[in-house]
Design a protein around this ligand. Structure first.
Ligand code: ATP
Length: 646
């Protein structure tokens, strides 16, 4: 089974790129060097962060995720933004009052005054300019706040993902995780940058206008608040419920779209090889169609709500004009006040609509926060003990003490595995596919924990030691080695970044990769493309072996690739293995019996248990399962027959 995969990667050398013909990168042509240097000079320089990573989250990281907490870390921006919001809400409402004053004191017959009109006009203009300035400052402040908050959140979620255990990534689709990291965080960014301040401005505007309406005329204001507002309110509640349903649906469906997309891109080779394009398009049409339907639903809900509220506003204004006109005729209201009232009324309805629209953003932000909170509160299936100690340098004795295990607790995969591997001993696991060979090995470095029994290293239960110290002693070479975008050097030094070039070159010699490296234009500085697709399977496997050798673990777990290497590569890999295993305890999940035969001991695994164990010659002499496999292997001409047990 494959153990490969993983998140993250190296920052590749920024100025390198693939050449069109798929050959390894041959360097920047001299005529472009000047431009490249100029470009590099404009690159921002980021100081290396003073970063620590602990398997157990710190008290701060354990705090429940909430927008208030995220934003609260930047009180300067928060208070600055709030003051600006209040100032904007007040300044924006001065216009109609000035209009009223200009009409009543500058235009009404008997009260002509060009001076009053000019002063009001001038003041109006000055306030309008001030509001432009204030709004600019507010957008700037909230923009800065949002970028800082989202930066913190992105790092926090990524750090959390680094802590989660393998089971989580098997259960969760990568696309769903990507959507948490992209669309959910972007929703929040939108909310902090724009949503909350708009919500506050509109809310405050409503309060300010309500006060002004009542001070202008109590009768008209009472009609407004008693007639029009309740109608809008009831309608808005309907909208709120319907749109909430819609947004949940769109969120789920966009996650499906992303998941499908990432799976198709990741598996593009298999897709092409199996002529699955048409079916894939059909499937993608299906998920995209479901997303479109969800969007159509929310669009429909908004299309009913928007015009209807406008209609309610217009009818309300008609009613108020009739009542207000009467009041003017009865001299209970000045014309200036009536005009000001209507100017305010228009400004009163639009915040209600805007508030409800912003409510969508708020809603999206809230569900994004909930999802991110759920993600951040997921505890790793394999967690570090509160008082875990460092394992220290081990001799390499591995003990499986009556171990039971199932990925799904109801479906046991391993039952009562009892096995001891002595320091320096190499043990080959052989057996049919799906027997549980990889699973046993996965328990040794705590990719998973047994459901019963214990796994001990040098007599210490692996659950009681820190994951970092355990994994630096137990190296793993997965069946499908994963190479990250970056140079061969950075890929080899993955487990020990401080390794010197000399050490890296030595590892290359040990595994027999010298020929390959000498052929490459930049030696170990040559870039491998994403996942090492430009290298052959055998070369990738040798690189993975060199990586494990360089990390220098005391215990090595090697999931042998089933891909048939040609005879020459097989010989090179086997020679490399002999060198690497010297003095190390090792578990070899052997698919080729040639590998198994070289091990100190062979363990035959079947149906999740150990059925036979002994040196190759002992097992052949015993005439059991291994002897049967071996005979079948010989009969087939010595090719892959490790799975023919039974
Ligand atoms: P192979 O020779 O094909 O690599 P194996 O002996 O290594 O096979 P395992 O990978 O240990 O077999 O799998 C043992 C059983 O556990 C299989 O039935 C497999 O379907 C199941 N299994 C493996 N990985 C998972 C997983 N992540 N979640 C659920 N079941 C799993």
């Amino acid at each position: 089974m494959a153990w490969g995969g993983g998140f993250g990667g190296f920052g590749g050398g920024g100025h390198r790129s693939a050449t069109d013909n798929g050959l390894p990168f041959g360097g920047i042509p001299s005529e472009l060097m000047g431009e490249a240097t100029k470009l590099l000079a404009t690159e921002p320089h980021h100081e290396p962060a003073n970063l620590t990573f602990t398997q157990r989250p710190t008290a701060k990281e354990r705090q429940r995720l909430s927008l208030a907490r995220l934003v609260g870390r930047y009180p300067g921006y928060l208070y600055g933004g709030s003051l600006l919001v209040i100032a904007i809400s007040l300044v924006l409402q001065a216009g109609p009052k000035l209009t009223e004053y200009a009409i009543n004191h500058g235009m009404v017959p008997g009260h002509h005054s060009l001076g009053v009109i000019a002063a009001c006009g001038g003041l109006y203009l000055a306030l309008a300019l001030a509001s432009v300035y204030l709004q600019r400052a507010q957008v700037d402040v909230t923009g800065r706040l949002a970028s800082r908050v989202m930066h913190d959140l992105r790092i926090r979620v990524f750090t959390h993902l680094q802590r989660l255990s393998l089971g989580f990534f098997t259960d969760e689709k990568a696309g769903v995780l990507m959507s948490r990291m992209t669309s959910d965080i972007e929703n929040l960014q939108q909310l902090v940058q724009d949503g909350i301040s708009q919500f506050a401005i509109q809310g405050l505007t409503m309060v300010v206008i309500t006060v002004i309406l009542f001070t202008t005329n109590v009768t008209l204001a009472s009609w407004t608040v008693l007639m029009v507002v309740p109608l809008l309110f009831v309608f808005s509640i309907w909208f709120h419920r319907a749109s909430e349903r819609g947004y949940l649906r769109t969120r789920d469906r966009i996650a499906n779209v992303l998941a499908d997309l990432s799976e198709s891109l990741y598996g593009i080779r298999v897709v092409t090889a199996n002529n699955r394009q048409r079916r894939n398009i059909r499937n993608h049409r299906h998920v995209v169609g479901a997303y479109r339907d969800a969007n159509l639903y929310t669009g429909r809900v908004s299309s009913i709500y928007g015009p209807s509220t406008v209609m309610i506003g217009i009818l309300g204004q008609g009613l108020l004009l009739a009542i207000g006109g009467r009041l003017v005729l009865e001299h209970k209201l000045t014309i200036g006040a009536l005009i000001a009232f209507f100017l305010y009324l228009n400004r009163f309805f639009s915040p209600i609509q805007l508030l409800v629209q912003q409510y969508n953003a708020l809603q999206q932000g809230r569900s994004s926060i909930t999802r991110l909170r759920e993600l951040l509160e997921t505890r790793p299936g394999v967690d570090e003990d509160e008082d875990a100690t460092d394992l220290g340098l081990v001799e390499g004795r591995i003990t499986f003490d009556h171990v039971n295990f199932g990925y799904d607790p109801d479906r046991p995969v391993l039952t009562d595995v009892d096995l001891e591997i002595a320091p320096g001993e190499s043990v080959a696991f052989v057996g049919p596919t799906g027997a549980g060979k990889s699973t046993i090995a996965k328990l040794a470095n705590r990719f998973y924990d047994p459901t019963a029994g214990r796994v001990l290293i040098d007599g210490v239960d692996v659950r009681h030691v820190t994951l970092h110290s355990l994994r630096s002693q137990v190296g793993v070479v997965p069946q499908e080695p994963f190479l990250f975008a970056g140079s061969i050097r950075s890929n080899l030094a993955f487990g020990r970044p401080e390794a010197t070039d000399d050490e890296i070159e030595r590892a290359i010699d040990v595994v027999g990769l010298r020929d390959l490296v000498d052929r490459l234009p930049d030696g170990i500085g040559t870039e491998v493309h994403e996942r090492g697709q430009t290298l052959s399977a055998g070369e990738r496997q040798l690189l993975a072996l060199a990586r494990a050798f360089l990390a220098g673990p005391r215990i090595l777990i090697l999931d042998e690739a089933t891909s048939s290497l040609d005879l020459q590569s097989e010989t090179i890999v086997e020679r490399a293995l002999d060198r690497i295993l010297e003095g190390r305890s090792a578990i070899l999940i052997a698919h080729r019996l040639t590998t198994a035969q070289r091990a100190d001991r062979i363990v035959v695994v079947d149906h999740g248990g150990v059925v036979e164990s002994g040196t190759p010659s002992e097992l052949l002499a015993a005439g059991g399962a291994y002897a049967t496999m071996f005979a079948a292997w010989l009969a087939s001409g010595g090719r892959d027959a490790s799975r023919s047990v039974d």
